[in-house]
Design a protein around this ligand. Structure first.
Ligand code: PEP
Ligand code: MN
Length: 360
């Protein structure tokens, strides 16, 4: 069942070719120079909207919580001196009031706020009767209903220009992502509310610069509507999220590298099916890698234990038992004996190598 909302397209003045929508700017507004200089460099790229956090919801106290209202005139300068639209995160009624006073074009609701219906309702009440676009990030937990609920609350307040931002989902288990993308959730959101644009935020998904390109390309291959990427003139000196910010120059290169596939309607349906399947494969591969990493860490811990207690690495009884059991388990799952034997031999060999390293 699809959900019918009262939505209107967000018009982005500035540059030709509206898809993909690119939002970029620093995690936080830190100084007038950093805000304006970053914007001037981003203006030269295909960026539509300039982002900068003024009030930062930090997980732990005692870290940089944003410059607050004094930074709003800096954003206002960006609006005056460049063609970029400006957006900042709002988490309460007061933030909305201040942001509107300084002509912020688009408001954004952060992941921690989306997770809290009381906070979202407060924002919805404050927005009642206004005509301003709102970005709504997914909640930090993988709960699509909570995300849809926030979108509905804002829409019921009369806001018709809404864009969802997919920024990944936190998990307790270590993963090479800061926030797992769990692509099936934004895909399901698109299915439930087809006319709702969705941007992907690879910066907060990755947590480091490393996979920003891959995640961006994947988002484009999945037909999402754009990207929300953090950019800072000097990432090493950033006061928040320094590991995941890239310079405007790096962003330019990244945008040039992305293949924006455009296809005829009939083809795109087929490609969509294939891309979704491939995305599931990619996701399972990501999980496999995380599991391999965790398994090898345990092998090393066992290596230390064996060293301290003076026992040999190779324990034939244990190994035979493992292979036999895994083959039986694999058979039940339709996996051939040959495949299971090869995979577990390779895993076992790698475990021995790791333990060897620890012991010697
Ligand atoms: C941000 O965009 O800087 C931010 C705080 O993001 P999120 O709400 O996704 O954590
Ligand atoms: Mn950030």
């Amino acid at each position: 069942m699809t959900i019918k909302l009262n939505l209107e397209e967000v018009s982005l003045s500035g540059i030709a070719g509206k898809r993909p929508i690119i939002v970029s700017g620093p995690c936080s507004a830190e100084s007038e120079y950093q805000v304006v200089e970053t914007a001037k460099q981003l203006e030269k790229l295909n960026v539509h909207v300039y982002r900068a956090g003024i009030w930062k919801p930090r997980t732990r106290p005692g870290t940089f919580e944003g410059r607050g209202t004094v930074a709003l005139p800096w954003l206002q300068r960006v609006k005056k001196e460049t063609r970029l639209l400006i957006t900042t995160e709002v988490a309460n009624r007061q933030h909305i009031r201040e942001a509107l006073k300084y002509g912020v074009d688009i408001l954004w609701i952060g992941a921690r706020t989306t997770a809290n219906p009381f906070a979202v309702q407060e924002l919805a009440d404050a927005l009642h009767g206004l005509d301003i676009p709102v970005f709504i990030k997914n909640p930090i937990n993988p709960d699509i209903e909570l995300w849809i609920g926030a979108i509905e609350r804002i829409n019921r307040a009369g806001i018709k220009k809404i864009i969802a931002i997919h920024r990944g989902f936190s998990s307790y288990r270590n993963s090479h992502f800061r926030n797992n993308p769990q692509w099936e959730i934004p895909i399901e959101l698109k299915r439930r509310i087809p006319e709702l644009p969705i941007l992907t935020d690879p910066s907060h998904i990755c947590g480091t610069k490393e996979f920003i390109f891959e995640i961006s390309q994947r988002a484009m291959d999945l037909n999402f509507d754009g990207l929300f990427i953090e950019s800072h003139i000097n990432p090493e000196e950033a006061l928040s999220d320094k590991n995941q910010q890239i310079t405007p120059k790096e962003l330019g290169k990244l945008l040039n590298r992305i293949v924006f596939r455009s296809l005829t309607i009939t083809d795109s349906k087929l490609i969509n099916i294939l891309t979704k399947l491939r995305t599931q494969i990619d996701q399972y591969d990501d999980e496999l890698l995380d599991i391999f990493e965790q398994r090898m860490n345990i092998s090393e811990t066992i290596g230390k234990f064996k060293k301290e207690n003076n026992i040999t690495i190779f324990q034939p009884g244990r190994w035979e038992e493992i292979v036999e059991n895994r083959i039986k388990q694999g058979e039940k799952k339709g996996l051939s004996t040959e495949f299971i034997t090869k995979v577990f031999k390779a895993i076992h060999q790698e475990s021995i190598n790791r333990q060897n390293r620890v012991m010697n």
